[in-house]
Design a protein around this ligand. Sequence first.
Ligand code: 13P
Ligand code: SF4
Length: 301
Amino acid sequence: MSMIKEIEKLKKERNAIILAHYYQPGEIQGIADYVGDSYYLSKIAQQSEADYIVFCGVEFMAESAKILSPEKRVFIGNVHSNCNMVDEFLNEELVQLMEDHPDAAVVSYINSSTEIKTMSHACCTSSSAVDIVNNIESEKIIFVPDKNLGSYIAAQCPDKEVILGSGKCCVHDNVSAREVKSLKETHPQSKVLVHPESIKDVRDLADFIGSTGQILNHAIDSEHDEFIIVTEVGIGFALEEKTENKVFHFPDMVCGGMKRTSIEDVYGCLKFGDNEIQVNEEVSNKAAMALENMIKLAEKR
Ligand code: 13P
Ligand code: SF4
């Protein structure tokens, strides 16, 4: 039997689902039950009745799924799937910001360590960040780790005072306005769709700013047929799959951590229980509050 057929069989036996982020390799998106942005996948993980979740994304995504659903068995497709924004941001920086601004609420981007989440009032994703910051009661907010997403939120929420951490995503932060302008010169008809982890000079060139899922929906719904996409190239798979006769141009943007998952890895998770996520119960309970607040505040009317 082919490995893909084995995976299908094992999924039924274990009551399992496969979740994949838009940055995953095309063949992984192709076998997933659900493909989406961070917010969508967190909600699916929380609401699903599956007993077993194979998360093909980066580690913080699978950990967040486990924290939101501790009763489920959650597996990360490949154990070396790291997010450099999470790895580089130090807890000490948040501790110092909290000491300097004791009256501020802490909102952490879901792209953060579990320890950062335990120190946060709420988490957010790029698609939910503006609603969450607007809906949280405090007028003063410490936002970590991503300084680029943070400055985007601060501009969108003028009634809030937003204190920024110094984190960044090396994949998005490395793209310059000059690179995007040069793509625009070569493809002048293109609309520019930008992820908010990008620097301000790049965001200023955007026709639309949004999460991976929002970029995809915008491209599908748009009457235009040519786009410059300023986010990781993996989303090209879903863009091609869900549109017809539309053309997409990308700067050089590859997230190494997102590209490690293979079909064999997914098979190993389902067949042998490889790569199961474990989170210490006490830590998990503290971090769960921030993740649950994310969903409550994102959906508060
Ligand atoms: P999304 O929430 O837009 O999927 O973003 C996740 C991410 O890691 C972007 O770099
Ligand atoms: Fe992390 Fe950047 Fe990769 Fe997103 S693209 S998972 S923020 S390193």
